[in-house]
Design a protein around this ligand. Sequence first.
Ligand code: HEC
Ligand code: HEC
Ligand code: HEC
Ligand code: HEC
Length: 413
Amino acid sequence: MLGALVALCLGASPGAKAVMARFECHRCHEVEGLAPPPTVKHCAGCHRELAGSANDAAKLEQGRKTYGDAFDRFVRRTATHYVDVPPLVSMRRFRASWLRSFLADPLDLRPHLTESMPRLPLTPADLDALTSGLPADAPAPAASPEQLALGARLFEAKACTSCHLFGTRRFPSQPAALFEVKAPAISVLARAPDLRHVRDRLNRDVVVKLLRSPRAVNARAQMPNPGLSRAEAEALADFLLQGALGPPVEPEAVPVAQHVGPARYEDVEARVFRKVCWHCHSNPDFVDGEGGPGNTGGFGFKGAGLSLATYEEVMNGSLGPDGEYRSLFRKGPSGEPVLLEVLRRRVEENARDFVRPGHEASRAPLASAGPLGMPLGLPALAPDDLALVEAWIAAGKPRPATPPGLQLTPMGR
Ligand code: HEC
Ligand code: HEC
Ligand code: HEC
Ligand code: HEC
């Protein structure tokens, strides 16, 4: 017990830190003991800074002067990605078994955070380093029905329901907005995990300690201190670890869309490649040689040499293992073009990992070993946008009518 509490106070081990530096976890997360990367690589830092301009009249004015009308769009669009990624501090609160399975095969923890933990090429040795020194599972003794009922009452009385979901179980005091999937304006809501995961993530001693003082367990906790007695914290902990989560509800079926009308490259670019993809598949000439993780490499990936910034580069394709460029429209194992395979794979990954609030499904394994779903760590394309890409390929991939060319956006992205 004492050992576990002492361990909680220590930072990440040197081995874990080395892995986190190599995989650049600090481009998205604040990582204890690692200095933030330079701005051009700092997904979270740059987004936070731009999004923060919304509340700063001087910055807004300066930005509009430099970038014109586009600046308001920058502020709006950066605000919905990587601003509320949880900091990686006090990692020793997690069970080793949970952290290992989460990193090997991530799932959505926070119903109101649009981006998710990406699947990274971590090896078993990397996972050993990241989880070494973390506590083993310590199953809690069965709690009495009275204790669980007390915990459930406290869960409502202490307003836990104003920020947290508990699987699909609904509480009368829960605001309806918690069951919607829009990005919340308040960080604390985006950061609040669905508490159905607590039983996999944390041991009972840690939960009790956290409920008495969130900061004592998680140095950067945003959760307000609920001010509980020891007995109340224990009842709540038992409830979180053993209380009924509500019935499993299948996620809603993804509608299938059909594209009507001409399928122009300009639309594919505006709605897909230049909207979401090129932030990781950029032309390195834009930003100091930084082509993004999907092009020049990053997040532990070698890089696929793929830029989705212009029509010519899309046609140029990606680098194969032999160092030669190969087409994105080459047939993959399913017989479809690789580009469509990776987009469909993300739809499949989302249906399993990215659960709508209150629509928790059983965690069935993914259908088969497949390619890495794209966009990596982000919501799958909307059905209309996927249909547009399909239609553009089916129409013979028409080139843009306007002469293309590398137009540098003022932000360099
Ligand atoms: C130097 C600042 C900067 C950095 C670094 C940066 N971004 Fe962005 N990001 C932006 C701006 C500006 C926009 C809005 C672009 C626009 O509106 O055209 C944006 C938009 C996005 C979007 C699109 C959001 C939407 O509306 O769908 C995604 C996804 C994204 N960035 C991902 C990333 C990732 C992943 C990284 C790290 C590999 C990253 N960004 C690094 C500035 C940055
Ligand atoms: C592209 C951005 C990105 C990168 C790179 C990244 N993560 Fe994450 N990670 C996320 C996001 C977003 C979440 C939140 C997911 C959620 O809550 O559903 C997350 C969640 C986590 C969590 C859960 C934390 C908590 O408090 O619930 C851990 C642990 C974690 N990441 C570890 C890592 C490690 C270790 C690395 C590097 C090996 C890494 N991440 C790299 C985006 C990233
Ligand atoms: C104002 C919003 C808010 C309220 C109210 C709130 N929490 Fe939290 N809670 C959070 C956030 C955000 C986190 C993520 C860590 C952090 O930033 O504190 C969290 C984390 C947790 C965790 C750790 C979960 C994990 O898997 O790591 C537990 C357990 C928890 N809350 C239980 C409760 C209980 C029980 C109550 C009621 C007494 C409560 N919370 C009230 C926002 C809230
Ligand atoms: C958060 C970063 C990120 C985003 C956003 C992203 N990708 Fe990727 N992409 C990667 C990484 C990393 C790889 C793998 C690189 C490697 O294997 O080294 C990759 C690989 C690919 C490949 C495989 C190339 C091949 O020939 O095997 C395709 C195709 C692809 N991405 C398409 C897309 C499309 C289309 C989008 C937008 C819908 C997108 N990506 C958005 C990071 C990203």
